[in-house]
Write a protein that binds this ligand. Structure first.
Ligand code: AMP
Ligand code: ZN
Length: 476
């Protein structure tokens, strides 16, 4: 087996990945807080998770992957300050928290489907909603209390950070002192916390909060961090192979998850912590919901950009490097996408089902080596583009078995693209709409041509303008 290397935030090193149990990887990734649309920065994080999963599978592992939906308990500050994000939206929009969470969960799922991001495998095809796991959280808080690392105060059950870690000890993951980690929150702590560093496991005595559950400590609701500890350990066991999220989760959320989980179980919580860098705007600032304005997947569609181009755009950058977003940058990725798809369309049935030429194997190996080297996806993409170029140069398209395997990681569904092209005789009514649109464009009747574009799109076709006229592809 070829070794797979990944950067572990715990050790600050690229390490060879070896799972606890041979052949199986347990993986938990932090999911969305469903109170606003997920922006393209969030999508970068889920695409990173998807590429990691697919690469692990390329290496022969079964991936047991859990991802949550945070539908309660995430305060407007990542610590305990402010208001529950979902309840804040619910009040502002005059809807119930459940209506808000359901709406944004639906939107999130539609977006990840458009990006062909695979859903979690545990439970199969499902996301774990925090509100459906409150008894697991209560049980975990009970264990932490039993071990003496939490205490009950009037305003909530708190994790005793200093007792766990010792005064002024550095955080294992963030390598920051408590002061550094919590400096922004100095003034916001509840007055009955023993220390400003302590964080809420369970919030009590907030009668205005709409979502409340009974607990041994009184009616209340869970803190955000305990959700991820409870759900990950419920499905994947007390020590996970991999846990991921964006870099913003390092200093607070993931530090707190480690503290809660390890204080309850006495075992290491995570063996490899991996974090993706941010998608930033052209001015270099992290794309975030708190900024008020943020790009979403629908903006790409409105600009005529295929979601798969955004997928390839992210693949073309190293996950540990910041990536600057602009529509033009994604359009450049669309050029690569078109090039790859164009090749796929030109591979006939006979070649697709015959063995690859001998020269192809070493190219596949180079792709595999690149993704196994801490997910060096820019290099892997360069290999793919070169491989296609080489096939053209040699006039030899017998590369399709390698391309199919490569596409298990790329996730572009190239075999469908190929098959559709192979059977791409358009139905007569679609062919007629296409011809009418070309006519309208020649006459510069753009209103008519736009109307025909919408008509074709509503019938399930991707419409692209080329110098040769309207190009149609049936959506997968
Ligand atoms: P949230 O819905 O805010 O809890 O975030 C969901 C996921 O997206 C988390 O793993 C975040 O760390 C990640 N994330 C948030 N903003 C960005 C960004 N601009 N670029 C990349 N990942 C991000
Ligand atoms: Zn989390």
């Amino acid at each position: 087996m070829r070794p797979f290397f990944i950067y572990n935030t715990l050790s600050r090193k690229v390490e060879e990945f070896i799972p606890l149990k041979p052949g199986v990887v347990t993986y938990y990734s932090c999911g969305p807080t469903v109170y606003l649309p997920q922006h393209l920065g969030n999508m970068r994080s889920y695409l990173f998770t998807d590429t990691l999963k697919r690469t692990l599978r390329l290496n022969g592992y079964e991936v047991r992957h859990v991802m949550n939906i945070t539908d309660v308990g995430h305060m407007t500050s990542d610590q305990d300050g402010g208001e529950d994000k979902i309840e804040k939206t619910a009040r502002a929009e005059g809807r119930s928290p459940k209506e808000v969470a359901d709406y944004y969960t639906g939107l999130f799922i539609r977006n990840i489907e458009l990006l062909r991001i695979e859903k979690p495998t545990v439970p199969p095809g499902q996301f774990c909603r925090a509100t459906e796991h409150v008894p697991d959280m209560i049980a975990l808080i009970g264990r932490i209390l039993d071990r003496g690392y939490a205490y009950v105060a009037p305003s909530g059950v708190y994790f005793d950070v200093e007792k766990w870690r010792g005064a002024n000890r550095m955080g294992r993951l963030s390598r920051q002192s408590l002061e550094e980690q919590f400096s922004e929150q100095r003034l916001e702590h509840a007055s009955d916390k023993r220390s400003k560093h302590d964080f809420a496991l369970w919030v009590l005595n907030q009668p205005h909060h709409l979502m409340q559950w009974d607990s041994p400590w009184g009616r209340g609701y869970p803190g955000w961090h305990i959700e991820c500890s409870a759900m990950s350990m419920k499905y994947l066991g007390e020590t996970l192979d991999i846990h991921s999220g964006g870099l913003d989760h390092v200093p607070i959320h993931h530090e707190n998850e480690i503290a809660q989980s390890e204080s309850a179980t006495g075992k290491p919580f995570v063996r490899y912590f991996v974090h993706n860098a941010f998608l930033v705007g052209m001015e270099g600032v992290k794309i975030s919901k708190s900024a008020g304005r943020f790009p979403v997947l629908a903006d790409l569609a409105a600009a005529g950009i295929d979601p798969m181009a955004f997928r390839l755009f992210c693949f073309g950058a190293k996950y540990r490097s910041e990536l600057a977003f602009s529509l033009d940058a994604v359009r450049a990725a669309q050029t690569n996408l078109d090039y790859i798809r164009e090749f796929a369309r030109g591979v006939p049935e006979s070649i697709a089902h015959s063995p690859d030429s001998d020269w192809v194997e070493s190219w596949f190996d180079r792709f595999h080596e690149a993704v196994n080297n801490d997910l060096n996806t820019p290099q892997a993409l360069a290999v793919v583009l070169d491989l296609i170029g080489e096939a053209y140069r040699r006039g030899d398209k017998r590369i399709w078995n390698a391309m199919r395997r490569i596409d298990t990681v790329l996730g572009l569904d190239l075999e469908s693209v190929r098959q559709q092209a192979a059977s791409a005789i358009l139905p007569p009514e679609i062919e007629s709409l296409r011809a009418q649109r070309d006519e309208a464009r020649k006459r510069k009747d753009f209103a008519r041509s736009d109307a025909l574009r919408s008509e074709l799109q509503s019938r399930g076709y991707e419409v692209r303008d080329t110098p040769q006229g309207t190009l149609l592809h049936r959506r997968g």
